[in-house]
Design a protein around this ligand. Structure first.
Ligand SMILES: C[S@@+](CC[C@H](N)C(=O)[O-])C[C@H]1O[C@@H](n2cnc3c(N)ncnc32)[C@H](O)[C@@H]1O
Length: 214
């Protein structure tokens, strides 16, 4: 089907950009506080998730789930890049209740229906094409329990539709706030909260959205 090959092409283009980027991966752990400091919007909204069985979507090398290493919850780390999942396996060696999934870049087929309490995605979906995001939202809705929540950091870039995302500031893909809101509703969520955030010198270039499965 043509739609399927479009989605596969869009998701594999972004995946290729993140296969190996030493400038990013070697340093990413050193600025994890941008997300995890107590006073950040990310942390405040994260604290509204039931983390009992949580998915870290596009986990990279696991720096966010690592913050939860002592929490005793069940963690499912998902990433399209196999090398990242292999590194996560080594990193979490000896830590109980961690599952690793190297997915196809647009679905969560290895995760059962209604089986998770929450999902989060930081510093990754900002780059995804909106068609891929719509696919993921449908999948996220499928795997969450009713009342389960997802916290998604995504782009708020309304410029360059149809363009190449790498040409945009900070590689933010086309995803105006209202489009994400619309996709969330159509995927079976209610939007609990949406906040615009700055990235580098760009004001309100990103959004963080908390959704709940209804
Ligand atoms: C900038 S890194 C961020 C990783 C992690 N979230 C973090 O904050 O450290 C982007 C991640 O998204 C992953 N990725 C890219 N496209 C993806 C897709 N379609 N589905 C799942 N993961 C994807 C990449 O492999 C990479 O690990």
């Amino acid at each position: 089907m043509k739609e399927q090959s479009i989605i596969e092409g869009l998701s594999s283009a972004v995946a290729a950009d993140w296969k190996d980027d030493p400038t990013y991966y070697d340093n990413a752990d050193s600025w994890v506080s941008v997300f995890w400091n107590e006073d950040t919007i990310f942390r405040k909204l994260f604290s509204r998730l039931d983390v009992a069985r949580i998915v870290d979507l596009a986990c990279g090398r696991g720096r966010h789930s690592w913050q939860m290493r002592d929490w005793g919850n069940e963690k499912i780390l998902v990433d399209v890049v196999k090398e990242n999942i292999d590194i996560c396996r080594d990193r979490f060696n000896g830590i109980a209740n961690v599952r690793f999934i190297n997915n196809n870049g647009y679905d969560l087929a290895d995760i059962e229906n209604d089986s998770c309490t929450s999902l989060f995605c930081y510093d990754a979906m900002v780059h995804f094409d909106h068609m891929v995001i719509f696919r993921y939202l449908i999948e996220i809705n499928r795997i969450l329990q009713v009342g389960g929540r997802a916290l998604i950091h995504h782009s708020n870039n309304g410029t360059n539709p149809g363009g190449v995302y790498r040409q945009n500031p900070h590689w933010r893909n086309f995803m105006p706030q209202g489009l994400f809101f619309d996709y969330a509703i159509k995927s079976g969520f209610k939007v609990k909260e949406q906040a615009a955030i700055n990235w580098g010198e760009h004001n309100c270039i990103d959004m963080i959205t908390l959704v709940e499965k209804i």
